[in-house]
Write a protein that binds this ligand. Structure first.
Ligand code: EPZ
Length: 429
């Protein structure tokens, strides 16, 4: 298994191109199942999760074509054309869903287009139990008959297809909102999804569906109203920039006392992070090239952070922000409200000299002057990248094992960091 080796202590400087958002791209890919016409997605990130979703779609009979775009200078793999002319399988098997939970996003589209779908239950994962009950409840409100058997969910639409309905999510779920939204675009009549998630990735999905001919009101708000249509057309759509990748590199600038510009990123995409960074003594300015991030006057100060659904502070940046706070002056309280087990990075950070105590859903971080390099182990995508950040700031050498987690969601991580002066390399094996 590959490892990553970092010689820390070097301030990063330069500009980092931000890739398309993995978490926007995955539901966009699933949306191709709603139409028998081609969906062309550009600005696709080249990461392992996209390849997993492509395999799942291919298995459903989707024609998957990966390309570059010479006209706009897009590299090979950044343009994906998906055509579900004929869906030949309506099943998402355990092996694929287990590897990548976002596979459950094919449930809504398959059910809406084919009238049935059989999707493996994902099971637990490193950061929490992560049930899919809200996905199923929303679909049941549209008339789906849902049965659970042998670890699989089978969903069947009524004879005439799904029927529009009003559904208020009892709590906010990104994936359940996406599944329900995709199902609703082909349901008969009007669907109202209240207390819907407002993450930018949902806005991106809704805009792509609209380009395919769906009729959706309230995009960007917590109430989505969908007027069902008979069928969807061909469309082209560019994936939004990855706000979590951008946020990760913003924190890399701050923790190494460097100066980075995150190309193509606007402040509004990462507004909650910017406010928190500013509170911690980091300057964030919008420039024509992107968002510029550097420390105000050298010192970082501790601030409290609580994760919340968008527009609050994203759970996917909690581990990275906590890493920054390990070297800030004073104490900071980090509270995780989205997932029940998302502090797996804490023991690893402590091995590098951090002072962190967990109390239930909160972690008390007392800043230390310096982290020290150590061998550490990645446990999930964001925990892994938080260890990269720690390694970049630490004195001495850090090696991170199990980096396949990183490959699921960060495109060309070492290359992007090396270009800004980081001493980071991948050790094959
Ligand atoms: C999406 O996961 C993201 N994944 C996650 O990113 C992200 O952490 C999460 O949203 C929250 O922002 C993708 O977009 C592919 P949820 P999702 O449904 O949709 C509970 C990363 O690192 N819940 O909003 O699975 C759930 O257990 C990943 O890139 C139910 O109880 O998240 C959690 O506590 C990790 N029942 C909370 O809601 C349900 O049916 C929010 O989960 C669904 C969710």
């Amino acid at each position: 298994m590959d490892r990553i080796r970092i010689q820390g202590g070097k301030p990063l400087a330069g500009a980092i191109p931000i890739s398309g958002a993995k978490n926007a791209a995955l539901p966009l890919m699933a949306a191709c199942l709603l139409s028998d016409k081609a969906l062309r997605l550009s600005n696709m990130p080249h990461v392992a999760d996209i390849a997993s979703m492509a395999s799942l779609l291919a298995q459903c009979g989707v024609d998957v074509h990966m390309d570059g775009d010479a006209a706009t200078g897009c590299p090979q793999g950044s343009v994906l054309t998906l055509c579900a002319r004929q869906v030949t399988s309506t099943e998402a098997p355990y092996d694929l869903v287990r590897k990548m939970r976002a596979s459950v996003l094919v449930l809504g589209p398959l059910l809406a287009r084919c009238g049935e779908a059989r999707v493996s239950l994902p099971g637990g994962c490193a950061i929490g139990t992560r049930p899919i009950d809200l996905h199923l409840k929303a679909l049941a409100h549209m008339g789906a008959e849902i049965t659970l058997d042998a670890g699989y969910v089978t969903a069947r639409a009524p004879k005439g297809g799904l029927v529009g309905a009003r559904f208020a999510f009892p709590s906010v779920s990104v994936g359940a909102t996406e599944n329900a939204l995709m199902a609703a675009v082909l349901a008969k009549g009007e669907t109202v999804l209240a207390n819907a998630a407002r993450e930018p990735e949902i806005g991106d999905l809704a805009r792509c569906l609209a380009a395919m001919g769906a009729r959706i009101d309230g995009i960007g708000t917590d109430t989505l109203t969908v007027h069902g249509v008979e069928s969807l057309n061909a469309a082209s759509h560019a994936v939004i920039p990855d706000r979590i990748e951008a946020g990760t590199y913003a924190i890399a600038a701050a923790i190494t006392d460097g100066d980075l510009t995150l190309q193509g990123v606007k402040r509004e995409l990462v507004a909650a992070l910017c406010e928190h960074l500013e509170g911690a003594g980091v300057a964030v300015t919008e420039t024509p090239a992107g968002l510029r991030v550097h420390r105000h006057n050298g010192a970082l100060v501790g601030i409290d952070v609580m994760t919340e659904p968008f527009p609050g502070f994203p759970t996917d940046l909690q581990a990275q922000m906590m890493t920054l706070l390990t070297v800030a002056k004073g104490a900071a309280m980090v509270t995780e409200t989205i997932f029940e087990n998302r502090f797996m990075h804490v023991p690893e950070l402590c091995r590098m000299g951090a002072n962190i105590n967990i109390h239930g859903a909160s972690a008390m971080v007392r800043g230390v002057p310096q982290l020290r390099g150590a061998p550490v182990m990645a446990t999930d995508l964001r925990a892994s990248v938080s260890l990269v950040l720690a390694g970049l700031a630490a004195q001495g050498e850090t090696t991170i094992s199990r980096v396949y987690h990183l490959d699921r969601g960060y495109e060309r991580l070492e290359e992007k960091l090396q270009a800004c002066g980081a001493r980071i390399e991948r050790l094959k094996g």
